[in-house]
Design a protein around this ligand. Structure first.
Ligand SMILES: Nc1ncnc2c1ncn2[C@@H]1O[C@H](COP(=O)(O)OP(=O)(O)OP(=O)(O)O)[C@@H](O)[C@H]1O
Length: 255
């Protein structure tokens, strides 16, 4: 099957310092990829490059075998969804109105959302367990509630590739677990999920592929068992890390 994402020799810098250096990467369709690495190594930048917020300095990104720059703006917005950590609407909206904005890439410029759009939005809100907040103002939500609502907006969008920047960073224990289960469900539906995380155990729980990043380069890419090792994690984080093997896979903690 054609890869959902393939990246060849990708380089990017905001100013002079390289943030992404000669990155090669393949993400299979309908899989979950976790991106791990210390603060500031370029994880979010990688997601933003996939989303098309920035142009690479050199190298190539392909989606489903087709160069990213060959997609129209509209098609790319249908293709890719992103949940950032601190997404907030530019003006005050109710939760249900905000989630409905996720349908925008499927609507013409002056088209009013129809029943299909409203039911996709309602289903997305229900999936993240936030139906009871539909009438609340987004600006008054807690950080975790906002994260769930942002996820709902991206689910309503029904993208082929879903990019999640630290999707559990504001979530409580149970919602974190549910977010991981939801990611599994989304991948089983045939969508490709990429998420950044500071929690190797979240990666261990759901990822088909783990990318370990250090200063814009890959320390390693592979399965959970191949990547979540003491040697590779210590190299990635430049600090001592312990990996305890359990029946459910590796459990990682800093020592
Ligand atoms: N808009 C920007 N302009 C200039 N430099 C930037 C910009 N955004 C990020 N950077 C720099 O690029 C580097 C990578 O940032 P990025 O946000 O991708 O890292 P990250 O791995 O996601 O970090 P964290 O884990 O702390 O969220 C950092 O050194 C950061 O200071």
């Amino acid at each position: 099957m054609t890869a959902a994402v393939s990246i060849r020799d990708l380089c990017f810098s905001y100013e002079k310092d390289p943030v992404i250096s000669h990155l090669d990467l393949t993400l299979s369709t309908a899989t979950i990829t976790a991106v791990l690495g210390a603060n500031g190594v370029g994880k979010t930048t990688l997601l933003h490059l996939l989303l098309g917020l920035f142009e690479p300095d050199s190298g190539e990104i392909r989606f489903f075998g087709r160069p990213a720059h060959n997609y129209s703006q509209t098609r790319r917005k249908q293709l890719m969804g992103m949940v950032s950590q601190n997404d907030t609407p530019p003006f005050d909206l109710r939760v249900d109105e905000y989630v409905l904005l996720g349908r925008a890439p499927h609507l013409g410029l002056l088209t009013i959302p129809g029943d299909k759009d409203r039911s996709a939005s309602a289903a997305a809100l229900s999936t993240v367990g936030m139906t009871h907040m539909a009438g609340h103002a987004v600006t008054r939500l807690s950080s975790g509630e906002k994260q769930l609502v942002n996820m709902a907006r991206s689910l309503a969008q029904e993208p082929d590739i879903l990019l999640l920047d630290e999707p559990c960073s504001h979530l409580d224990l149970i919602n974190s677990r549910q977010m991981l289960v939801l990611m599994k469900t989304i991948a089983e539906q045939g969508r490709t999920v990429v998420f950044t995380t500071h929690d190797p155990n979240a990666a261990a729980a759901v990822a088909d592929q783990v990318l370990l990043m250090k200063k814009g380069e890959l320390v390693a890419a592979g399965t959970v068992t191949q990547t979540l090792t003491r040697t590779l994690l210590t190299r990635t984080y430049r600090g001592d890390v312990e990996v305890i093997e359990t029946e459910r896979g590796p459990f990682v903690r800093a020592v």
